[in-house]
Design a protein around this ligand. Structure first.
Ligand SMILES: Nc1nc2c(ncn2[C@@H]2O[C@H](COP(=O)(O)OP(=O)(O)OP(=O)(O)O)[C@@H](O)[C@H]2O)c(=O)[nH]1
Ligand SMILES: [Mg+2]
Length: 452
């Protein structure tokens, strides 16, 4: 029996003119409502059939949709569900909504179908989030990660750790329940400790890997920095394939951070252009330079753009922002001979260098290939599933925190250790939803769109 009383409906497709519009209906009255709408009964489960559909008190049908009947629990939500594949367009979908309302269904809230699937045990919370991620995916990398998550890889990993925590706790409780022989208790507790240490290492390794999954989902950040007039904005426009940033021969053109989203090597990249960094007294430009530095510090990869024709003077403020593995791009190659030496920049770190012309495009393909290779190395497939949201990361951190506390209490106060283990299990359970509160669930599903 579903936890929800009402039967809800929503368009699963975008509203507006289209070939088809799919209306989804779920809830305990779905069968009765389908009968009211079509005047028919006996739809075969999971078989498509054409049926005329009527508005209340009308004898002429307003459309003849394809009807799909999914009796619960073998449905997406676990409840009785039907879908109407209507003709797309406002008049038809409006008529269908009115007929559904008249028959007693109510409009679904954001993510309500997936929420019902979660409440009815069809999906865990991590899988529900994966449904949202699949719909939002713009790149192959995002899609593959969301599909792995929907398959249950991440949920299985967390479920396994939760079981381990439960077993350790049971063992501690068993020791506490038979405390007659002190030596036996001490030995038994000693034997439990390595299991806890092993679990802490697994959680730590998962935390270390946390950026990967989140970068795949939210985008890897690449920031262009450099002196004024070096051609940063020209390069951003070339990489983006659009005139996103203003280009001019006046130094100090860019002030705000200009961000564009790109697909590089199948992964989502957020590329940012920033203000040229130079000694300046103008307040607005100063603020721009501050923002440039902040963006550079937060980025996953920095590309320093330098004008190949200019002497490499006063670049320390910029080179100080670079990290090992970043890029230095000598731009305006079209203005010099191929064999001309590049300006000698003092760097104490390992960077990759490229010679390009952002205006002619020379050398840009090689730069793109190098970046794509690097991104695939950073985000490409690994065996273990990665966490994909800050919410997961915080819960794993809380789990580790409680588990470490449990280890500290194990010898002296095993009953307290048991309590910390319970907290650790609860923190882990929040991720998959076993220990989810209404507040957490409400927050997650409110970000879904209607019809999901
Ligand atoms: N010849 C040549 N000119 C270039 C090249 N790239 C940029 N320029 C020119 O250099 C000038 C500055 O280019 P921008 O892209 O605005 O430089 P920027 O680094 O964004 O400059 P700021 O925003 O002021 O820091 C413009 O006149 C561009 O047309 C290049 O590869 N070759
Ligand atoms: Mg610029």
């Amino acid at each position: 029996m579903s936890l929800f009383q009402s039967t809800v409906f929503a368009l699963a497709t975008l509203p507006g003119r289209s070939g088809l519009a799919v209306m989804r209906v779920s809830g305990s009255n779905a069968k009765e409502i389908l009968h009211t709408l079509t005047g028919r009964e006996g739809f075969l489960p999971r078989r498509a059939s054409l049926a005329p559909i009527y508005s209340k008190n009308e004898t002429a049908p307003f459309d003849r949709p394809l009807v799909l009947w999914f009796p619960g629990p073998a449905s997406y939500t676990g409840e009785d569900v039907f879908e109407l594949h209507l003709h797309g367009g406002l008049a038809v979908t409006e008529a269908a909504s009115s007929a559904l309302l008249a028959a007693g269904a109510t409009p679904a809230g954001p993510g309500e179908f997936t929420r019902r699937a979660f409440e009815n045990g069809k999906l865990d919370l991590v899988q529900a989030e994966a449904v949202a991620d699949i719909i939002d995916a713009q790149t192959q990398g995002q899609l593959e990660q969301a599909q792995r998550q929907l398959r249950g890889d991440l949920g299985a990993l967390y479920g396994g750790w939760r079981e381990d925590l439960g077993m350790i706790r049971a063992q501690i409780e068993a020791c506490i329940d038979f405390p007659e022989e002190e030596d036996v208790l001490a030995d038994a507790l000693k034997a439990i400790k390595p299991k806890m240490t092993a679990l802490v290492s697994c959680l730590d390794a998962h935390l270390d890997d946390s950026t990967r999954g989140m970068r795949i989902r939210d985008g890897l950040s690449i920031v262009l920095i450099g002196p004024a007039n070096a051609g940063k904005s020209t390069l951003l426009n070339r990489l983006a394939g659009e005139e996103a940033a203003i280009v001019s021969d006046e130094p100090g053109t860019t002030r705000d951070v200009v961000r564009v989203r790109l697909d590089m090597g199948g992964f989502l990249v957020e590329l940012a252009d920033t203000a040229g960094i130079r000694e300046i007294t103008h307040n607005i430009e100063k603020e721009g330079i501050k923002r440039a530095k902040t963006a550079a510090e937060a980025a996953d990869i920095r590309i320093m753009v330098v004008d190949i024709t200019q002497p490499a003077a006063d670049l320390e403020h910029i080179t100080a922002l670079l990290h090992d593995g970043d890029y230095v791009v000598f731009n305006k190659q079209d203005k010099v001979n191929d064999n001309e030496c590049v300006p000698d920049i003092a760097l104490g770190i390992l960077v990759k260098t490229h010679r390009i012309s952002a205006t002619s495009g020379e050398g840009v393909d090689a730069l793109i290939s190098a970046l794509e290779k690097r991104i695939i190395e950073m985000l490409g497939c690994q065996e273990a599933p990665s966490m994909t949201r800050m919410r997961h990361k915080q819960a794993i951190e809380n789990t580790t925190f409680a588990l470490v506390h449990a280890m500290q209490q194990l010898g002296a106060r095993p009953e307290l250790a048991g309590e910390h283990l319970r907290e650790a299990g609860a923190a882990l359970g929040e991720i998959t939803g076993e220990a989810g509160t209404e507040e957490i669930l409400g927050k997650i599903f409110s970000t879904f769109c209607i019809g999901k």
